[in-house]
Design a binder for this molecule. Sequence first.
Ligand SMILES: [Zn+2]
Length: 269
Amino acid sequence: MVYSIFRKKHHQSSLKAPSPIISSPSPINQERSFLPTALADCKHEQHGTQTKLASELLRRNHNWADQVMIHEPHFFNECAKGQHPKILWIGCADSRVPPEQIVSCAPGDIFVHRNIANVCLFSDLNSLSVIQYAVEVLKVEEIVVCGHYGCGGVKAAMENHSYGLIDNWLTNVKSVYQSKKQWLDGLEQTEREALMIEFNVINSLHILCQTPVIQSAWSRGQLITVHGWSYNIENGRICDLNARVASPDDVEKVYWEAFQTKIQCKVNR
Ligand SMILES: [Zn+2]
């Protein structure tokens, strides 16, 4: 489906109603007609020179491209001219939280960086490079740091188990957990994990806002608002954590208020 809230604003006349791109109804659940058929049943088998799963992905891609051409013939030509996303999304790599789909946007709308547990680090050249390009070249106006309830990365950081290499990556999340234990101890497990997931978003947002790229952008008058959100994989809704930073003066205030009020989410988890 190619449907953009941003293109709707600028190209109202050419916008078609969103039409789901569906190859065939799901054999598992006929009611699941809005989403494509799940890939779960595709076994790892050879299909000619290709694996069956990869063949299915290529088939779906060609079908999708054909459908886009039918409904919006100029879409790919416009895409080829360049990208002008207004949003940078920093989220978890979890397969259940694909940014464009959960906010109903099209290719070209969102510049994306994802990693396990939506971590921002001063030492991570990958995310810092994405942030710099998004801010200084693409001139994004909004940055969303979006975690999600049920995040395996955050849960792992709250445990004493070792998961190998990933332990290094989760060190920062573990530090957040240790420093905020007084807020979390005594809570029921589900609530404890949910709150820690929100804390982790706030911590990433806090680090992001302190990076030289963001600080420099604000100091030269570039308008950038950073948002802290958390997605609920049980109902598909995003919870606005009410952590919003639009200037250097807001950074510490928003950070401490978020923790001190324990972030009361108004959307049912
Ligand atoms: Zn996650």
